[in-house]
Design a protein around this ligand. Structure first.
Ligand code: ZN
Length: 837
């Protein structure tokens, strides 16, 4: 919108100012009277076309209503057959009108000092842009212009000032007084107040007209809802400002002063009693409506559903009510007391949500819940800042998207839908979006949607809400299992159980035990994270495997969805590699990279995976730690690093951060890459680095991996990506199976020199001593050989279980001692490299 318009902000459409001002004075009272004179809206349904006729003389503006559906004016031509009068009266809903609240005086709230190229987003032109768009679309009629071009337009409803009593249904008396006081504060003091807001306000600008406009805005919302409940209109669009959904009980916040929608809610509940007991407030503003949530949090009769950008608490409003509790627009805030389960937050974790995402949320959460709640009135807190083109929101909802949401909501509460404007700061976007909503309210079907596929993020976000809300709504499945686990069941996360079991097995079969790793955070997931064979310090090849947790495959019960242990398989292909390596006299260090680190204060049943970036960073730190404290100090003749997914990232990061050390000591880096980007090794200072990496690597990449589609398929991958091999296998496990021979061959070939140089008898001796049992039922123990006689296998000495080696030693009697991480290897000088390399 150009700046020319803004110079005339206050006095645009002067005719409307005049008409509103003059008519407004009278019609406030006449509205009150005429609406109150007809408290029973049931007669509406009985009387058929009656309400329309009545509206002709009603205070509705926009020329009142033109749709007199009677036949009185109809004159048949003489040679025509006289048509029969309609058998039934016109449909009450279809023939009744959509209301419009718009009052130009709400534009008087402006910044005291406006800087031309830094106009505040909550710009008075917002409501004007919407109104003009309605007029241009032929939906609203501007008085004293050309007159209505057809008989299809919105009936004007006058805004009025809200009363103190009404405001105090939601806000404190102090808040009311504070706002009223602003009209008398000198300009300089208002500026001063804006500069130093204290706790009373946040992100608002003030003017002497603020109390007036805020009062009209709230009064407009009230009259919009009353007009519906009184049967004056079927539904309504209130083009009001300043917005309201951030205003808290005692504070002005986020451009908002009075919580318009909540005030209208409470007024309607009070005035219409049982007929308007249950109200659904649907808030599609891109921001969370903290004010509405606070005002209705314990009210069982107000269902508040908000779809908003949350960014895990980083998007406005990040802070809580006055006491600044944590971000409260998350999916865990479900209401309190009698209102528990009547607060539904659908927080988007990322920007960029579009039509398909919103429609998906409506289909999966909003509509099932709303239908079950069965409201008497629907109020939409309609911000249009999730609209495509709004820079503040960064989302992509189109006018058609808003129309579809409106259309779905119109199936509720017998169509009683009051749309009240909240945010939305791109004048063009809000005008187009609001017009699409208004057209839908009037009966036009929504335009077809262009975007039909919800994003993965949206699906994840919505599923999280479904899980959370499933305990309150019988239409939502699957049910949350927290309640069961919170009781006496004492559940434990399976990945910790599995890793403990792995540790036990690896101890039983290969005497692998835990290496101490220093961590600041305590977690079960770090116990047994690093397991090593007892010979890992010796002069022999060392294979370090950094892998994801084993896969669990289940065939759930088709009806209940329950996962039963007997229908669940654990696939741990990594063990095949360990087994091969141990049999071929390698030392092995096995590193488990948990996809989620179990928290001691684990009160959330479902946890998403930790992010790939976070996991890779953690894995890199861990590998560096292992290298510094264990690998570099030992006598290993060859060092092989093998990593799957996150492990691949960690290996490359390590190599890049330790160019020299890696080139000196690392024999080969083996990677299996599927769900992560393929990393490359390049050095700004060393031209040979990429060459070296290519010669010292083997990289299996899933054939559907982006890498192959982004690059030029006709050419070989660049050397810095390593010796890349395309893998036809679909999962990491399948890749590990598919390529195990290739890896074994490589390990054999690379260590051939060492094998050849080794004295034969040592070889023999080692083979006997190290032979692991083939399976649980396998070899009868030989004297002096493994496994230990004690049939009950003891767990390896956990990292945190034992802080002193003697405890562990006595547990296993005379059997060989596993090295206990921190106490084990005495540092050795770095120079002792094997000549065999
Ligand atoms: Zn907003």
């Amino acid at each position: 919108m150009d700046l020319e318009v803004s110079t005339d902000i206050l006095m645009q459409d002067g005719d409307i100012v005049a008409s509103t001002e003059t008519q407004g004075q009278q019609s406030v009272s006449s509205t009150e009277m005429s609406f109150k004179a007809e408290p029973n809206d049931n007669e509406y349904a009985k009387a058929g076309p009656e309400p329309s006729r009545k509206l002709l003389g009603s205070p509705l503006k926009g020329g009142g209503l033109k749709r007199d559906t009677g036949m009185a004016d109809w004159q048949p031509k003489s040679n025509q057959a006289i048509p029969r009068p309609p058998k039934f009266p016109p449909l009450p809903y279809a023939s009744s009108q959509t209301g419009l609240v718009y009052d130009v005086r709400m534009r008087f709230h402006v910044e005291t000092v406006s800087i031309e190229d830094d106009i505040h987003p909550e710009d008075p032109r917002r409501i004007h842009a919407i109104f003009e768009s309605f007029v241009d679309a032929g939906l609203a009629w501007k008085k004293n212009t050309s007159g209505p071009s057809n008989d299809y337009y919105m009936g004007r409803i006058d805004a009025r000032k809200v009363t103190k009593e009404e405001v105090c249904l939601v806000h404190t008396e102090e808040h009311w007084n504070w706002i009223q006081g602003l009209s008398a504060v000198p300009m300089e003091d208002l500026e001063e107040l804006e500069q130093h807001p204290g706790t009373k306000m946040d992100s608002v600008y003030l003017s002497n007209m603020t109390p007036y406009c805020a009062a009209l805005s709230a009064g407009g919302a009230i009259e919009a809802c009353r007009a519906i409940m009184l049967g004056k209109v079927k539904n309504v669009f209130a083009v009001i400002r300043p917005p309201g959904h951030h205003a808290e009980r005692e504070d002005a916040k986020g451009f908002c002063f009075f919580d318009n929608v909540s005030i209208a809610t409470k007024v309607c509940q009070r005035e219409f009693g049982e007929r308007c007991r249950k109200i659904l407030i649907l808030d599609w503003d891109v921001h969370h409506g903290n004010g509405i949530q606070q005002a209705n949090y314990d009210d069982p009769n107000v269902l508040y559903i908000s779809l908003h950008l949350h960014e895990r608490g980083r998007f406005y409003p990040e802070h809580s009510y006055r006491d600044r509790r944590g971000p409260y627009g998350d999916h865990l805030h479900c209401g309190d007391g009698a209102g528990l389960g009547r607060n539904v937050n659908i927080p988007w974790s990322k920007k960029g949500m579009g039509d398909a995402d919103y429609v998906y949320a409506f289909q999966q959460v909003v509509m099932p819940i709303a239908i079950e709640f069965d409201p008497d009135l629907v109020i939409v807190a309609a911000g249009f800042d999730a609209a495509k083109g709004d820079m503040l929101g960064g989302c992509m909802v189109t006018p058609a998207g808003y129309a579809h949401m409106t259309h779905m909501l119109m199936s509720l509460a017998q169509g009683r839908v009051a749309v009240c404007l909240e945010g939305g700061y791109n004048l063009d976007s809000i005008a187009r979006s609001a017009t699409a909503v208004a057209r839908t309210l009037m009966g036009e079907p929504p335009e077809r949607l262009q975007e039909l596929h919800p994003s993965i993020t949206a699906v994840d976000d919505v599923k999280l809400v479904v899980r959370q809300q499933s305990r309150f709504w019988s239409s939502l499945y699957p049910k949350d299992i927290s309640a069961r686990l919170a009781g006496s069941l004492h559940g434990e996360r399976m990945h910790d159980v599995v890793r403990r079991w792995q540790a036990t097995t690896l101890w039983d079969e290969y005497e692998m035990s835990s290496l101490f790793v220093y961590k600041e955070q305590l977690s079960k997931s770090f116990e047994n994270q690093v397991l090593a064979t007892p010979n890992y310090t010796e002069a022999r090849p060392l294979l370090v495997i950094l892998h994801d947790p084993p896969e669990m495959i289940a065939s759930p019960d088709p009806r209940t969805g329950k996962v039963e242990l007997h229908n669940t398989w654990l696939t741990d292909i990594v063990k095949t590699y360990i087994d091969w390596a141990v049999k071929h006299d390698f030392a092995v260090i096995d590193v488990n990279l948990p996809t989620h680190v179990s928290d001691a204060e684990d009160n959330q049943i479902h946890q998403p995976e930790d992010s790939m970036e976070y996991r890779t960073r953690e894995a890199t730190q861990l590998l560096t730690y292992l290298w510094d404290n264990y690998i570099e100090l030992n006598e290993a003749t060859h060092v092989f690093l093998m990593g799957t997914n996150t492990g691949h990232g960690a290996i490359i990061n390590f190599i890049k951060n330790n160019e020299e050390r890696a080139q000196e000591q690392l024999t080969t880096a083996i990677s299996f890459v599927k769900d992560v980007p393929l990393q490359s090794c390049r050095s700004a200072t060393n031209d040979q680095f990429a060459q070296w990496y290519h010669a010292s690597s083997l990289v299996f990449v899933e054939e559907d991996h982006n890498f192959f589609w982004l690059g030029d398929l006709t050419r070989k991958p660049k050397k810095r990506f390593g010796k890349v091999q395309k893998s036809p296998a679909g999962t990491i496990s399948e890749m590990l199976i598919e390529h195990k021979e290739a890896v074994f061959n490589l390990l054999t070939a690379e260590t051939a020199d060492w094998r050849a140089a080794r004295p034969h008898d040592e070889d023999e001796e080692m083979a006997t001593a190290r032979m692991p049992p083939v399976s649980n039922f396998a070899p009868s123990p030989r004297p002096g050989a493994l496994p230990p006689l004690n049939p009950i296998s003891m767990p390896p000495v956990g990292t945190f279980l034992s802080s002193n080696g003697t405890t562990a030693r006595s547990l296993r009697g005379g059997s060989p001692l596993p090295p206990i991480g921190n106490f084990a290897p005495s540092p050795k000088p770095r120079s002792s490299r094997s000549p065999a390399r």
